[in-house]
Every structure is written in C-alpha cells, then in structure tokens.
Design a protein around this ligand. Structure first.
Ligand SMILES: C[S@@+](CC[C@H](N)C(=O)[O-])C[C@H]1O[C@@H](n2cnc3c(N)ncnc32)[C@H](O)[C@@H]1O
Length: 260
C-alpha cells in the first residue's frame, strides 16, 4: 500500500488498513453472502449504499445491481472510486453526502439500501436513528429491502466514554479512540497504537476495531422497535459472516404511505 501523501493518514487510509488489509479479500465470505441475501431482488435493481466507506463489500455487487454509493467522508468516497476502478466496476454513481441529505426527488427510488459496517452507530441518539431509518424508507420503493448491521459493542471490556484519547501517531477526531490489536505497517510507517484509560493512564486491552466515544450503539430492542415504527415490515435477523460479530437485519419497506 503506498504511503499517503499527507503527514496524517486519511480516514480511508486507516479504515482500509484496519478492516480491509487484504483488499476486498479481507472478508472473503461476505460478498457471496450478500449476493445470496439479496438474490430475491431482480438483477439490475437499483442499490444504494448510504455509508459506503471505501466501497467494500458493495462494489462486489456491481455486476448485478445499478450502484449508487454515498458517504459523508470525502476520503472514503475518493477511495471507493479508486476501488471501483481497480475492481472493474464501470458504472457506479458516487455521492459525497450525508445520508440525511439524500432525497428521492433528485436520486429517484431504490430497490435495495445497504447500511453496513456499523455505520448506523454514528448516529448521536435513538431519535437520529429513527430519522435515518425514515429517510431510507422514503428512498426505497415499496417492498424494497433494507440491510443494516451494528456491531456488538464489547460492553464488558469498554464502557462508552470510558476511553478518551488515542495514543500514537494518529489523531482521530476529538471524541474518537482507536484500538488496534497488532502493529500494522502502512507504507514505511509502523502504527503502534495503544488505548489508554483516561484516568489511570494504563493500557486497557485491545480489539481490532475503531470505536468513537460519541457513538450511540443501539441495542437490539431499540433497533427492532425503530424498524417497526419507521416504515418497515418483515424484519429478519440475519447472520453476517466474518471476523466481527454484528447484529444484522433485513427489513422490507412497508407500503403504508408513511413516507412520500
Ligand atoms: C465503519 S464505516 C463502514 C463502511 C462500509 N459500509 C463497510 O462496511 O466497510 C462507516 C461509514 O459510515 C459513514 N457515515 C457515518 N455517518 C454517515 C452519514 N450520516 N451519512 C453518510 N455516511 C455516514 C462514515 O463516513 C464511514 O465511511
């Protein structure tokens, strides 16, 4: 992987370094599983990924669906574009936008919406989660499918707001902290990151993941209730394969006039 041109790696650099160090092969079961999960949908259907990050794993569905990839982070969208080129996805629409700003008036409607990789947890509270689910319902055609997953937060080891600051060469955003289990090399730099307890200053274990202290991690109950009240039916829990434990769901957009 080439060394990033700026002194600080971008969000996308770090994201790929941690989650997809082997490129799209990092989670080899995921694309096939996603394919199977969506197989009821017509090939050529319109698929929107509302928080595409660097494009994994949605880009791997590029030969089946008409893809629109959106993300609020510019470096993520730039990397997703590059990954699309590298994986031969010729037709894909990229949007640098928050999902709250997406509207069917300008984008049209979709048959499938994906919000993967714990992106929903970046909502500040339960009300923001509900607002997001309603926005996506308004972007889905009736009977359209939503896939959403959230990480199992390791509450036994880390409590929200317990961890304060990063240690190492990486300064994330103000509230963020970064946990990397192993040292990883990016270009010729070695990232050795350790999480310190804000009061004791001692290291507090490790997991290979990024968490932010301002994340709102919705419980299963909150998420299921929100899906039911925000325009969805047939909510199903699905088992997402891979290295990390997710609570993953599909839900079908109700046709009850809830959303325009
Ligand atoms: C953990 S990454 C997941 C990326 C990708 N879906 C995956 O599974 O690898 C979460 C992504 O959500 C994006 N995100 C968070 N809140 C967002 C919002 N309100 N609108 C658009 N993107 C958002 C972040 O910029 C980040 O790229």
């Amino acid at each position: 992987m080439p060394l990033p041109s700026s002194a600080m790696p971008s969000v996308a650099d770090l994201y790929e370094l941690i989650y997809y160090p082997g490129g799209s092969n990092a989670d080899p079961e995921l694309p096939a599983w996603l394919h199977q999960l969506l197989s009821k949908r017509t090939p050529g259907a319109d698929l929107l990924d509302v928080a595409c990050g660097t494009g994994h794993p949605t880009l791997l569905l590029g030969d089946v669906y008409n893809l629109t990839l959106a993300d609020k982070d510019r470096s993520m969208i730039q990397r997703a574009r590059r990954n699309a080129r590298l994986s031969g996805v010729a037709v894909c629409r990229f949007l640098h936008a928050r999902w709250e700003e997406l509207s069917s008036a300008s984008l049209g409607k979709f048959d499938v919406i994906i919000c993967a990789g714990n992106a929903l947890a970046q909502c500040s509270d339960a009300a923001a989660i509900e607002a997001s689910l309603r926005t996506w319902a308004s972007l889905l055609r009736p009977e359209g499918l939503l896939y959403v997953d959230v990480r199992e937060f390791p509450t036994g080891r880390f409590r929200r707001n317990e961890l304060l600051e990063l240690y190492g060469p990486v300064h994330w955003q103000r509230h963020a902290y970064l946990v990397i289990a192993r040292e990883r090399r990016l270009g010729n730099r070695l990232y050795r990151t350790k999480v310190l307890h804000p009061i004791s200053g001692r290291g507090v274990g490790a997991a290979t993941a990024i968490y932010r202290t301002d994340y709102f991690m919705p419980t299963k109950t909150v998420l299921l209730r929100s899906l039911e009240t925000c325009g969805y039916k047939d909510v199903q829990e699905v088992r997402r394969p891979g290295k990390w434990v997710f609570n993953a769901y599909t839900a079908v957009r109700r046709n009850d006039g809830l959303s325009p």
